[in-house]
Design a protein around this ligand. Structure first.
Ligand code: HEM
Length: 177
């Protein structure tokens, strides 16, 4: 492995993206989430909304940084000869890199679902229009959306932890798949 300024920069950016994505998800899910249970629901909802909106910006920043720094890493230190042509699927390194990229797509799809399907539901302003039936149905929708966001965040966490294992296995060996 040659240590050029490009490989240092690429590795630095890739690790910063991992730290932001993984550290942020752990803090949101296991620190902020449980703490919200100790404050009144209306305030918890505002804090949840504001922090999630800000955190989503960090998530998208990391998701964009992953392929840019990953490609730089690949050209700076990757085993390019093991992934040319069909070797992408016949070498351990190629399969591991392919899995890393595929799972990144899974994180992106989940990011889209949270941002464009569930965030609008959670950010909808509470309104008393339509009477108590409508208010209750909106509340139910919000609770369901919050539950689904939490489930997807946990799935993303598991996926991201597995991708880190793939990355480390490529840096310190030939991959694991
Ligand atoms: C399209 C997306 C991605 C590409 C193209 C990519 C590519 C790469 C490459 C080429 C390497 C270096 C392998 C080597 O040393 O030969 C690497 C390492 C690594 N990747 Fe990715 N990656 C991507 C997404 C991700 C994601 C989403 C994560 C984590 C959530 C991740 C975590 C890591 C880690 C932890 C390492 C090891 C870094 C180190 O120890 O320096 N990668 N990646």
């Amino acid at each position: 492995m040659q240590s050029t300024w490009l490989s240092v920069l690429a590795s630095y950016l890739h690790v910063i993206a991992v730290a932001t994505y993984l550290g942020g998800s752990i803090a949101m899910e296991f620190v902020l989430g449980p703490a919200q249970k100790f404050i009144p629901p209306a305030q918890a909802q505002v804090i949840g909304q504001k922090s999630a909106d800000k955190f989503l910006m960090l998530v998208w920043g990391s998701l964009i940084l992953f392929p840019i720094s990953g490609m730089l890493l690949f050209f700076a230190i990757g085993d390019q000869h093991t992934v040319s042509g069909l070797q992408f699927f016949t070498t351990t390194y190629g399969r591991t890199l392919f899995a890393m990229m595929f799972l990144w797509v899974v994180l992106v799809v989940n990011g889209f679902i949270i941002t464009f399907v569930y965030r609008p539901v959670l950010n909808a302003k509470a309104s008393s229009k339509g009477g108590s039936k409508q208010v209750n149905s909106n509340l139910e929708k919000m609770q369901k959306a919050a539950k689904n966001v939490s489930l997807i965040t946990r799935i993303d966490l598991g996926v991201a932890l597995f991708i880190v294992l793939l990355g480390v296995s490529m840096v310190y060996g030939n991959g694991i798949l």
